[in-house]
Design a protein around this ligand. Structure first.
Ligand SMILES: [Zn+2]
Length: 316
């Protein structure tokens, strides 16, 4: 059932998602109808349930939308992964332990995350003209402000909104080497919808700086699309990366101490951090296999064997 009840300029609705093990989920969404026809833009946050700076920025942005000035339609889901948000579960959907952002476009006959992804995809992503999915680092990590889009038939349109978002780093995920599959933006790209994943913040906090980064990004994109009359603010320098990610995992569990800094380029062979055992002895030293820029750093010292330590990108 769709919760739409009127032709008001702002609709507050619930998408009912049936077929879940613990009963139907009612997912709140907002829809802003502009004064004139134009692009249909979908805004998502909380696909990961503890990425609060992204959610906070989207809340603030939605609160300032003036439908009397708006061209087109903005549809927003403030918290997509509602069960993870409610239970403060990082990365995954608590019912099945799956990362929701690896499950798109979803599967109506799958487990909880697949069903949720399916309904969100069909209702909010398929049929949109553009999609922005707002993220942050999750509870144990921080992320450099960046935007990711996928190489696809609509890749150039996605690139334009990625650049408009205004982060210094813009990452194109090559179609031939998709490291992260099943994301909202990758599944959207496959369905012919230009989409970006925007990142800033982390560690389970609402960071004023990260919120400002996302808020500027959202304003920039709607202005670039001609939907609302904001002044576009972009940095003088934007770096486009197109070789995807280099993910670094720990071969051993222990106490992780990162030494590299977020967004600060490292040379090949540079020590990125150390893992020690609980007696205090260093048992693993992490060195950069090639030059790159740390974009994600696990800040939590607690690391398990095969746990993610860091992700780097290489410049074009
Ligand atoms: Zn995320």
């Amino acid at each position: 059932m769709d919760g739409r009840t009127s032709q008001e300029a702002v609709i507050r609705g619930y998408l009912r998602i049936p077929g879940l093990p613990d009963g139907d989920l009612e997912l709140p969404y907002l829809q802003f109808q502009g004064r004139a026809a134009g692009p249909r833009l979908t805004l998502l946050s909380g696909v990961h349930g503890c990425e609060y700076s992204g959610m906070a920025a989207l809340r603030e942005f939605l609160g300032e939308i003036d439908t009397a000035a708006l061209i087109g339609t903005i549809t927003a889901v403030p918290v997509v992964n509602l069960p993870a948000y409610t239970s403060r579960t990082p990365f995954v959907v608590p019912a099945d332990g799956k990362n929701l952002n690896r499950c798109f476009p979803g599967d109506p006959s799958g487990t909880y995350a697949d069903v949720l992804a399916h309904h969100v995809f069909e209702r909010f992503i398929r049929g949109a003209d553009y999609v922005i999915d707002v993220h942050s680092g999750d509870l144990p990590e921080v992320i450099e402000p960046l935007v990711v889009y996928d190489e696809s038939a609509v890749g150039e349109a996605a690139r334009q909104i990625a650049l408009a978002y205004g982060t210094e780093h813009v990452i194109r995920q090559p179609a031939s080497a998709r490291v992260t599959t099943g994301t909202t933006s990758a599944a959207a790209a496959d369905a012919g919808v230009p989409a970006i994943t925007a990142e800033a913040g982390g560690n389970g906090v609402v960071s004023a700086q990260a919120v400002a980064t996302h808020l500027r990004g959202l304003r920039n994109v709607v202005a670039t699309l001609g939907m609302l009359p904001y002044d576009v603010e972009r940095p003088s320098r934007q770096i486009e990366h197109d070789r995807g990610w280099s993910w670094i995992y720990s071969p051993v569990g222990g106490w992780w101490q990162p030494l590299a800094e977020l967004g600060k380029r490292v040379d090949e062979g540079e020590v990125l951090g150390r893992v020690s055992n609980l007696f205090g002895d260093v048992i693993h030293e992490v060195k950069a296999l090639e030059a790159g820029t740390p974009m994600i750093i696990t800040t939590s010292p607690a690391v398990a064997a095969e746990g993610l330590l860091m992700a780097l990108t290489q410049e074009v």
